[in-house]
Design a protein around this ligand. Structure first.
Ligand code: GDP
Length: 493
């Protein structure tokens, strides 16, 4: 069968207009044609010296990577879905101001007077080439929420906007936010904010960002960086257009014509209404009256509200709705799915509750966790399957910004033929809950040099089976790592 021009352009990484030009030169009349037949596709592919695969197992795999809620059966019925965006950044750099500005200026006022209801997500319309297109923002700014969701295995966000104040530059939480987005494989757009302020220095921000691996597009790199004033709304339109451009490249799709699946992003107990949950639909369509399994909760949807507080009957891909009708309050990050009947829902919810209990017991026993000892044991037994291809994800917290490079270089100088190291985060400051979440989500280990881990963080790490190793002497850290990587470690724990 044929292929859409935009799909082909995406696969070949060329512009649609270039393909159209090429075809028109060869006499194909393609005014207003969206889909190319097989022969034209072949012709274009030959021009770009790309082989045409008849079946597309690669595409199946690729789609699944982008949206774990897609099944093979969906592939022929995929349609574009709006991007889901999270805003992160250092405290006071303007996340809330930006979210508020976007909501106020872009959410169409409802008849009720435009009162928006905080359900944890809202949808805006962004004009793209004159056509309004939907974009969904998750409403809880900050990387803590993002990290906590990911630590629970949820992947909801398609694009991260990271806000950096132009008068302050890259700060610890900027680093953390970037690490979280990178670890999740989510594309980053930088909003350099507060450019209206005296002392704003966007150039310096770009320099700092390029030093930590984010090269601005305008300097030949591939990270879009838009200079904005969230307070005055300056350039926010350009920021949103960039979001839509990045979204287009990601080719976000879902099949609206099936039972709904997705993730809980917020939930609480309302005195009058009972359990309330905000769900983001990631595949399929959710209907009023649907029966859901939702983490360890289940029930029949009695009512659904959109972000303006209006009752709705349906919610398609990427839409967020608040629902009532569950028997219990689920957790943010829980998956949901609509199923055929209540018995199935109850059974699945119970199975899930059992599985969670077992997981908690295993976590207590420290089973399956990645530690320096487990890595050493795995290397010495030559057990390739033990730890994910012997990679070690490192989260490094140090006392001063200045120590980071020295320690990192010393660590990187270690021979890595047995175990390869990957730095997820290197930042000054004590070990935080967010660091632990990053370690959970990426099966990493947290190393601290001359920093502390507060009791609450230690406790949380224990619950999550994350190893935190604190050092005062740099050689001790290096020695332990080297020994572990060579399979020699014998640690008294
Ligand atoms: P958050 O902690 O990242 O959510 O930051 P906020 O949105 O609460 O902003 C912190 C402060 O910076 C507030 O006083 C805002 O009014 C101010 N602010 C945010 N954006 C801008 C901006 O573009 N220009 C100026 N001058 N101030 C801003």
């Amino acid at each position: 069968e044929g292929m859409d021009i935009d799909e082909l352009a995406y696969q070949l990484a060329v512009g649609e207009s270039e393909i159209l030009r090429f075809l028109s030169v060869r006499g194909a009349m393609l005014d207003n044609v969206q889909t190319l037949d097989k022969d034209l596709v072949k012709m274009v592919c030959m021009e770009y010296e790309v082989e045409v695969l008849e079946s597309d197992p690669v595409r199946v795999e690729e789609m699944a990577k982008k949206n774990e809620f897609l099944d093979v059966e969906d592939l022929d019925k995929l349609v574009a879905r709006p991007p889901i965006v999270t805003i992160m950044g250092h405290v006071d750099h303007g996340k809330t101001t930006l979210l508020d500005y976007i909501r106020k200026s872009k959410v169409v006022a409802s008849e009720a007077g435009g009162i928006t209801q905080g359900i944890g997500a809202y949808q805006v319309l962004v004009p793209v080439d004159g056509n309004p297109q939907a974009c969904v923002f998750l409403d809880t700014p900050g990387h803590e929420a993002f990290g906590a969701m990911r630590a629970r295995g949820a992947k909801v966000t398609d694009i991260c906007i990271i806000v950096v104040a132009a008068d302050d530059g890259v700060r610890p939480q900027t680093n953390e936010a970037i690490a979280h987005a990178k670890a999740a494989g989510v594309p980053i757009i930088i909003a350099i904010n507060k450019v209206d302020k005296e002392g704003a220095n966007p150039e310096r921000v770009m320099q700092e960002l390029s030093q930590i691996g984010l090269m601005p597009e305008m300097w030949g790199g591939d990270t879009p960086m838009i200079q904005i004033s969230a307070l005055k709304g300056e350039n926010v339109d350009e920021l949103l257009e960039t979001v839509m451009l990045v979204a287009e490249l990601q080719e976000l799709k879902a099949n609206p014509d099936r039972n709904a699946k997705g993730t809980v992003i917020e939930a609480c107990l309302d005195k009058a209404k009972g359990p309330l949950a905000t769900l983001v639909v990631q595949n399929g369509t959710l209907n009023k009256g649907d029966i859901l399994v939702c983490g360890e909760a289940f029930g029949k949807i009695r009512a659904m509200y959109d972000d303006r507080g209006s009752l709705v009957d349906q919610a398609g891909p990427s839409n967020a709705v608040q629902i009532i009708g569950l028997n219990n309050v689920p957790l943010a990050g829980d998956e949901f799915e609509s199923v055929d009947d209540l018995d199935v829902a109850r059974e699945r919810a119970n199975t899930r509750a059992d599985a969670m209990r077992i997981e908690r017991i295993n976590a207590k026993a420290g089973e399956g966790k990645v530690t320096l000892s487990s890595i050493a044991a795995s290397v010495s037994s030559g057990n390739q399957a033990g730890i994910d291809t012997h990679g070690l994800n490192v989260i490094l917290k140090v006392d001063f910004q200045g120590s980071i490079e020295a320690i990192r270089q010393a660590i990187e100088a270690l021979p890595q033929e047995n175990v390869s190291l990957r730095f997820l985060l290197q930042a000054p400051g004590d070990v935080s809950v967010s660091d632990v979440d990053l370690a959970v989500a990426s099966e990493g280990i947290v190393f601290g040099f001359n920093v502390k881990a507060p009791g609450s963080v230690k406790k949380y790490a224990k619950q999550k089976s994350v190893e935190i190793r604190l050092y005062k002497v740099i050689y001790d850290l290096i020695d332990d790592l080297r020994n572990a990587m060579e399979g020699l470690l014998d640690l008294a724990e």
